[in-house]
Write a protein that binds this ligand. Structure first.
Ligand code: FAD
Length: 320
């Protein structure tokens, strides 16, 4: 059973790429076959050589039209590369591009697609993928009946791929892209300060219980002392208090930091879906019955206004 892994060169080699390849390695250990990494949009370089040390074959499509991500163009290229490979399983990570292209790519290849899997396995020749259901209350196993099974996995939460000790062959390929389906009329770049939320080791998140945008400044001071990034619940983002890019959860970012501080966040299942893989969760909430307390290692039942400044002050003293 051969396995293809689609990677976007723009993201470089990170924990997510290592995780999705790790998923492929675990599959290969039980099914045999080869792992082919298809890298879209980056010339061979540091990223591709890291990948080459962990898979059996690398195909790189780096012509200029693919340098800047456009879903239609990327899917077109992927189809042309993947169709002749005939892989039974196509794995992608949980970055924005992968999430966007997975169902469309499956449709173009005549396969089945699934989102947000935490495990993909072969059971008597059938492809099964496991993911959470009912807002994280249960785990469901899906059989992907049409081939290939095209699945994006929760890459950062999976065991990262180890180098195999060999270096895979690297092939540059060129695809026929024709007329681009979409024309970009305006581009607005979001300013990225600090590290990406998905890569943050510590996250300080705020929720609706903060009551407005101003208290996020208070949380910013705490985040600075901790060297943390800031996140938020959907309620806080929808209220316009912080940018939508801060949203953590089912329809936001999936994060897995060493420490996740949830301040005035109730812990709705949709929020937990985005941060439940955090190593340590700590919460501050006035409601002792808030669901977040069932999921955290440390909790303080108190008004955030009494806790956050004190915590910031004490941590700043400790750091001196
Ligand atoms: P609330 O649920 O209103 O909680 C606020 C908390 O603050 C309460 O627990 C309260 O006790 C506490 N509080 C109040 N005052 C204080 C104080 N002074 N000090 C300390 N604590 C205080 N949500 C997400 O976050 N991310 C998602 O990706 C997401 N996706 C969704 C997708 C779908 C399809 C749907 C239907 C919903 C989704 N939601 C998502 C929304 C989710 O269901 C919740 O509505 C949301 O997470 C609630 O945000 P919150 O915890 O900030 O607000």
């Amino acid at each position: 059973m051969s396995i293809a892994i689609v990677l976007f060169g723009e993201y470089g080699f990170d924990r997510a790429v290592a995780g999705v390849i790790g998923c492929g390695q675990a599959l290969k250990a039980t099914t045999g076959g080869e792992i082919v990494a298809v890298v879209i949009g980056a010339p061979a370089g540091e990223m591709t050589s890291e990948v080459a040390g962990r898979v059996d074959r690398v195909i790189v499509a780096s012509q200029p039209e693919l340098g800047e991500y456009q879903p239609e163009t990327a899917i077109d290229a992927m189809k042309q590369i993947l169709a002749p490979l005939g892989a039974s399983i196509v794995l992608l990570g949980n970055d924005t591009y992968s999430q966007e292209v997975t169902p469309r790519l499956a449709s173009r290849l005549g396969g089945s697609s699934l989102a947000d899997a935490v495990e993909v396995k072969s059971v008597n020749g059938a492809v099964h993928a496991i993911r959470s259901a009912y807002g994280g209350k249960a785990m469901a196993t899906y059989e992907l009946k049409r081939s290939p099974a095209v699945v994006w996995v929760r890459a950062r939460a999976l065991a990262p791929a180890e180098p195999t000790g060999a270096v895979a062959t690297m092939e540059e390929t060129s695809v026929n892209l024709g007329e681009a389906a979409l024309r970009i009329v305006e581009r607005r770049a979001e300013v990225q300060e600090g590290v990406r939320l998905e890569d943050a080791q510590i996250i300080v998140s705020g929720g609706r219980g903060l009551g407005g945008p101003e208290p996020f400044e208070m949380l910013k001071e705490l985040a600075q002392v901790l060297g943390a990034e800031q996140g938020a619940s959907r309620a806080a983002c929808d209220a316009g208090w912080v940018p939508p890019s801060w949203q953590v959860g089912q329809t936001g970012k999936k994060v897995a930091p060493e420490l996740y501080l949830a301040i005035a966040i109730s812990g709705a299942s949709q929020h937990l879906l985005g941060m439940g893989d955090s190593k340590v969760i700590a919460a501050v909430n006035t409601d002792g019955d808030a669901p977040i307390f069932k999921h955290c290692s440390f909790g303080i039942v108190e008004d955030y206004k009494n806790v956050v400044p004190l915590l910031t002050e004490k941590l700043a003293e400790m750091r001196k």
